[in-house]
Structure formats: structure tokens, C-alpha cells
Design a protein. Sequence first.
Length: 185
Amino acid sequence: MTDYSALITLLAQRSAKRGRFKLASGRESDFYVDARLTTMSPEGLAMIGPLALSTLRETGWTVDAVGGLTLGADPISYAISYASAASDRPLRAFTVRKEPKAHGMGKLLEGPVGQGDRVAIIEDVITTGGSALRAIEAVRSAKVSVAGVLALVDREEGGREAIEKTGVSVTTLVTASQIIAALIR
């Protein structure tokens, strides 16, 4: 079993649900992926960090940091950063708040990232692409360059294409159809 196969199996067992669900996009679906049940587990973090780091390296994107819209991107970003610690090019992790902080410095971006950095936007599950696009906008407004989007799961419902229409490349670790196939086994 490859590491990607093991990740698909883990997501199918822990995070995939059948039923009637309203997605963050407002759409209705009979399939739901609560990625946090995997991304916030020790096994998930240990598996996702190295796989996502390897996938990032394979894209050829040169990045200084990884992060995305809180809360879905946070554990994945931290796992990637941790996995990169012993490499020749460690990556910092950051978080994009949904709203600017109401006190202190009122920041939208949290963590060691700033003007002049080049980043990969991290997403747990892409459906419409809305969360990633929101993160891209926030990062760019801070004069940070976006190399691309790395998603754990692509629901294959047009989100990837919506992001790519803005000129940003997207790569994913797993697709919804792979998870669904693992549910059937």
C-alpha cells in the first residue's frame, strides 16, 4: 500500500460520511468529508505532513511558508512545516483569519509570514474554491506572493477550476472519487 493509498483509506474510515449534508458552499450533498477528523489526529498529521511536503516539492513551487484560511488549513500547514524542519529548506506556517483581529495589531495573517514571501495556500477540502480564493486575496493584500494551492481533498465540484481561472495552480493529495471508491471496498 502506498502512502497515498493509506491516506485515502484513513480519510475514508475517519472523515467520509454518507447522508444528507449542507456544505459550507450552501450546496446539498449526499457525501461529506470532515477532514479535521483525520488532520487533527496523530496518524493523520504524521501521514499528511510528509506527503504534502513531498507533493509541494514535486510541483516545483519555491515557497517560504504554507498556510490558509483557519480552521481547515491550520493542522495541515503545521504538519507540513514540522515535516520540513529537518530539510534543507524548512517552511514556516501561517494562518489567515476569517476577520481581522479586533485588538492588538488587527492582523488578518498570523504567523511568520510577510511582504516579499512566496507561499502555498493550503486547503483541507476544495468544493467551490471559496475559502482558498479568500485566503489568496488576504495574502496578496499583505504583498505576499502565491505560488499555488495545495489541497488535501478535491471534491471535484468545480472549485479547482474556479481557482485556476484566477491564474493560480492547484494540486491535491486526494480526490473525492478516490475516497468514495475506498468506501465501497
